[in-house]
Write a protein that binds this ligand. Structure first.
Ligand SMILES: N[C@@H](CCC(=O)N[C@@H](CS)C(=O)NCC(=O)O)C(=O)O
Length: 198
C-alpha cells in the first residue's frame, strides 16, 4: 500500500505513527504541498480534494481524511475500543480534533512555521490563539482525570490529538501552561514504535 504524505504535517504524522505502532508495512511517498504537488492532475485523480494524507490500498481502493484512515487501520486493535460508548467517545475526540483543535492550532502553526508569519496574516494568527487555548484547556481538563483522552488506555483519539498538540508551540501556544498535556505527550513519545516529525 502507498501512503502519500509529508511528515511535517500533523494530519500525515497521525497515519505514520499509527502504522508504525501497529507495525503495518507500507510505502511512504513524500508530497510537497508548497510546491503544489497535491494539486497536480495526477494527484487529483487519486484524491479529488487534493489533500494529504491519502492512502492507496493494495487493491487500489483509496482512503482519505486522516481520522477515517486511523479508524480503518485500528479496527480490531486495542487502539479502537469494542465497547459502543468508549468507541463513541473516540469519535467525539476525533470530531473535536477536526472542528475545535486543528483549525486553530494547525493553522496558526502553518502561518508561523510554513509561511514564516507574513504581515498580512498576523491578525489571523493572533485571532487563532483563543480557540487553540480553549481546545488545549479541554484536553488538559480530561487528562487531569484519565491517563489518555478516552480512558486509561491509549486509543486513536490520542494519536489524532497528539499530532498537532505536541508541536503547538510552533503555532505560538505555550504548553508549560498545560502540565497534564505535557505528561501525556511524554508518555506517547516514549512508546515502542514511536515515530515523530522528521
Ligand atoms: N481533514 C483533512 C485535512 C487534510 C489537509 O488539510 N491536508 C493538508 C496538509 S496538513 C493538505 O494536504 N494541504 C494541501 C492542499 O490543500 O493543497 C485530514 O484530516 O486529512
Amino acid at each position: 500500500m502507498i501512503v502519500y504524505g509529508d511528515l511535517q504535517s500533523g494530519n500525515c504524522l497521525k497515519v505514520k505513527l499509527l502504522l508504525s505502532l501497529l507495525d503495518i508495512e507500507h510505502q511512504w511517498k513524500h508530497v510537497n504541498i508548497l510546491e503544489g504537488e497535491t494539486q497536480t492532475s495526477e494527484f487529483l485523480l487519486i484524491n479529488p480534494n487534493g489533500k494529504i494524507p491519502t492512502v492507496v490500498l493494495d487493491d487500489n481502493r483509496v482512503l482519505c481524511e486522516s481520522n477515517a484512515i486511523l479508524g480503518f487501520f485500528a479496527e480490531n486493535s486495542e487502539l479502537l475500543p469494542q465497547d459502543n460508548y468508549l468507541r463513541a467517545k473516540v469519535y467525539e475526540w476525533l470530531f473535536f480534533e477536526q472542528y475545535s483543535h486543528e483549525p486553530y492550532i494547525a493553522v496558526a502553526r502553518f502561518i508561523q512555521k510554513y509561511l514564516g508569519m507574513p504581515e498580512h496574516r498576523v491578525e489571523e494568527f493572533n485571532s487563532l490563539q483563543d480557540g487553540g487555548n480553549k481546545a488545549l484547556g479541554i484536553m488538559e481538563q480530561q487528562l487531569s482525570k484519565t491517563a489518555y483522552l478516552v480512558c486509561e488506555q491509549m486509543t486513536i483519539a490520542d494519536i489524532a490529538l497528539y499530532a498537532y498538540t505536541h508541536v503547538a508551540d510552533e503555532g505560538g501556544f505555550d504548553l508549560t501552561d498545560y502540565p497534564n498535556i505535557q505528561h501525556w505527550i511524554d508518555n506517547i513519545s516514549s512508546l515502542d514504535g514511536y515515530v515523530g516529525m522528521s
